[in-house]
Design a protein around this ligand. Sequence first.
Ligand code: PEP
Ligand code: MG
Length: 580
Amino acid sequence: MSFALHGLGVSGGIAIGRAMLMSHATLEVAHLTIAPRLVDKEVARFEHALDKVREELAAMKENTEHAPAELAAFIDLHVMFLADPELVEVPKQIIRERRCNAEWALVQQMEHLVAQFEQFEDAYLKERKFDVVQVVERVVKELLGHPGRAVLKKAKGVTEENLIIVAHDLSPADVIAFKEHRFASFVTDVGGATSHTAILARSMAIPAIVGLSSARSMIRDNELLIVDGARGVLIVNPDERVLEEYRLRKEQIELERSKLKRLKSAPSETLDGVPVSLQANIELPADAKDALESGADGIGLFRTEFLFLGRGDMPSEEEQFEAYRKVIKAMEGRPVTIRTFDLGGDKAIDHQRTQTNPALGRRAIRLSLAEPKMFHLQLRAILRASRYGKVKLLIPMLSHAHQIDATLAAVEQAKSSLRGEKLLFDENIEVGGMIEIPGAALAVSMFLRRLDFLSIGTNDLIQYTLAIDRTDEQVSSLYDPLHPAVLMLVAHTITSAEKAGIPVSVCGEMAGAPKFTRLLLGLGLRTFSMHPSQILEVKSRLVQADVNELAPLVRRILRLEETARIREAVDKLNSPAPMN
Ligand code: PEP
Ligand code: MG
């Protein structure tokens, strides 16, 4: 049966491929022995988890009014399983008889049931094993009290390029693991447009949709899918006519992308001869290759925390030094801006998951200053690498003058430890700060007095200005770069930096969205940093722009008080057709 689901398209393009459902490592549970006196408690813990999942499903059912009818049917089926003694009573017997933990007992019984379903001749009944696994996944997740790391199980005989990952949720660490693969696309039930999961999809230049709410429970392994990343539409089991239409559109997009390649060696300047630097955002050293291939002038943002995610421990100074040096060498003298760890928020390390409000908590420079040993190590590694090229040090999430002062003191301390060991580094390394907090943008002069350059992180700046959790699909429609408050803060930062003679760039997602290129040029921005895959399209917009013409138009936009009016005016700015 063919049907379509709608979500938030976070990375454009079209993918056609087979579904690969992501299961969770929660199903790889530990086998623990329980003391006899604690067995009743373990049974009670299991019953409590069952109740919680029943509640969760009941709540989901209430919200299915606008969802496809199939979803309600799936939920009913899952509720039925949760009333079945095979899943409810047998695990309790296993806990009592074998004195084991509830998770393990449940997974043992699940495997037994899956094996039984596999015996069925009838295709429909056979498929119900997936429902058993999904229900068990929910209960195990509840028992463990946190989501597990994703695990990939690939169907036989299908190549990665034809696979579309379907997951309830993916952490940035999961997606970073995908970088070693060549999947066609991924889609998730939850997530916001500028969550790090979405950002990684864009960095891999693969189509992706988040916030589909029920894809994971409605799609079966190996079903044929079409992902329309620009429109946020997922088509399941398309008929031949729809498939043909999408194959054509996919070819057209590929043709347009290959035409853009001609722009790679063209000078990056506007029609009226104003040079504009287009730099790349990268997450891993291997991404430097894509940056070069797209013609980037340098690395505007190296998100070093991704060296850390997906592994339990901290990379050593030596490991970090090698990673930084690799990027610097690869960039052959072009500037490389290395941002110190932005851990926390949605890039939480395990022990931080319990923070009440991670986006407002001990994140980025706050964490680095609270962990001076970790910070010292990273600063030493960056400084040591700085002798191999033009390195700039970038500090995320600054808000207070004393944080800048403490950071600069930590840099001095790292420098003096290297001097003591007679290790070489760039004595004049530039230190810059990210403007990601509205308070920082408003009080930008205290940054300008202390730092060598600024970089505006619009992803967080929008999140904090509008109080919208960037990872939450339920509020994603309110996440709007064209809100007048956001534009005022960006404009104020650029103008103040310009007056002070301090270089400023934008490295948030706004810089890589071609629809904002003219607006940002008109605001006075001359350095953009984005995913390598976006550089040529942004370049195609800027080589057709005349900043002298744009500046007064954009000044007028800044006076508008309504987002809808601003959007209209920005659309008008863009009306000269993009080059093909
Ligand atoms: C930003 O906030 O705009 C930014 C570039 O940093 P990150 O997306 O890594 O938080
Ligand atoms: Mg940020």
